[in-house]
Ligand binder design. Structure first.
Ligand code: UDP
Length: 320
């Protein structure tokens, strides 16, 4: 197939490009390098079947042309990272809502399959763990900027599902849980690359809150396999899927594991949320996916476990 990846020079987009090319597909990417980096795809530039353009998806005539040339659009371009979202809520909402609007509008003209990258953040403060796709979503008040991200992505989901219902545009929605691996930067707040960088440079490892909040981390290679797998299954159309690893770890424990696996002397430092983000910041206490739906449909089961994932991130950080 010919795939177009918006946000293809980002962390997940670059791994998706790589895997699609390995499987013999053609890949085009559009990226404005806002949070992505050309370095992520430099090694792909000479590969047959790879093309890229550095531009924003707001350039609608260009976007329409690139969509015309592909069979499937992976829409990954978005504002991501809790730190970025809290600092730049206007940018977050506009990028996420408008970006998806234009992608769906142009994909609809020739009914090209769209895989929309959504997020586990949409489950919000729900304590009904593990999270199932059909569950109620529990967001905080609108004065807490963090929730703007979940809300913008929810609007994207609603719009994509509306296009399917009303206009028969084939869409698949993927709710990605904390995805980690080489090339992810800690610049926008992501915890694992931040901890690894701190540990390797002997700086304090900064655990926000009391460290008892938990996440389940998925290796990026497992995530991109799931995204590709969903495009091969017609029954995925019009559906929402969790993509994640069900192994849960607290952030305090993650800091300990990073410290051990790097052999670092760094101290683990606890930082109150209001200092780390903003006054009144609300975190998600737990975030674990129920992956029975995607497992039943395409047999998805994450392969890499946490220590191996951490090792891959350490190796990447050391070599950079
Ligand atoms: N976190 C932390 N220290 C950091 C960055 C993040 O303790 O330097 C915490 C953050 O408060 C959250 C968890 O790690 O509880 C995961 O944060 P991340 O931003 O990676 O993703 P989130 O799951 O919040 O979207």
């Amino acid at each position: 197939m010919k795939a177009l990846i918006t946000g293809g020079a980002g962390f997940i987009g670059s791994h998706l490009s790589e895997r699609l090319l390995q499987c013999g597909h053609e890949v085009g990417i559009i990226d404005n390098l806002s949070t992505g980096s050309i370095d992520n795809v430099l090694h792909l530039k000479s590969k047959p079947g790879f093309s890229y353009v550095i531009d924003t998806i707001d350039n609608e005539s260009l976007l329409a042309e690139w969509i015309d040339r592909c069979d499937v659009v992976f829409h990954l371009a978005a504002a991501v990272g809790v730190k970025l979202i809290v600092e730049r809520p206007v940018h977050t909402i506009e990028t996420n809502v408008h970006g998806t609007e234009v992608v769906l509008k142009h994909a609809n003209k020739k009914k090209k399959l769209v895989v929309l990258a959504s997020t586990s953040e949409v489950y919000g403060k729900s304590t009904d763990v593990p999270f199932r796709e059909g569950a109620d979503l529990v967001l905080g008040a609108t004065v807490k900027h963090r929730w703007a991200y979940a809300c913008s992505k929810l609007l994207d989901e609603f719009l994509a599902l509306a296009y399917w219902k009303e206009r028969k545009l084939p869409v698949v929605i993927a709710r990605l849980f904390n995805t980690v691996g080489p090339r992810q930067t800690g610049q926008y707040g992501m915890v694992l690359p931040t901890f690894v960088r701190q540990a390797l440079s002997g700086q304090p490892i900064t655990v926000f809150g009391d460290g008892r909040q938990s996440r389940s981390f998925t290796y990026v290679g497992d995530v991109v396999d799931a995204l590709i797998g969903l495009t091969q299954e017609p029954k995925a159309v019009g559906e929402v899927f969790n993509i994640g690893n069900t192994t849960e770890v607290t952030i305090g424990e993650l800091a300990e594991r990073v410290k051990t696996l790097t052999g670092s002397d760094s101290v683990i430092q606890y930082v109150p949320y209001d200092q780390a983000y903003e006054a009144g910041f609300e975190d998600m206490p737990r975030r674990v996916p129920d992956i029975s739906k995607i497992n039943a449909l395409i047999g998805f089961q994450p392969k890499l476990e946490l220590d191996d994932i951490i090792r891959s991130v350490i190796e990447f950080a050391r070599s950079n």
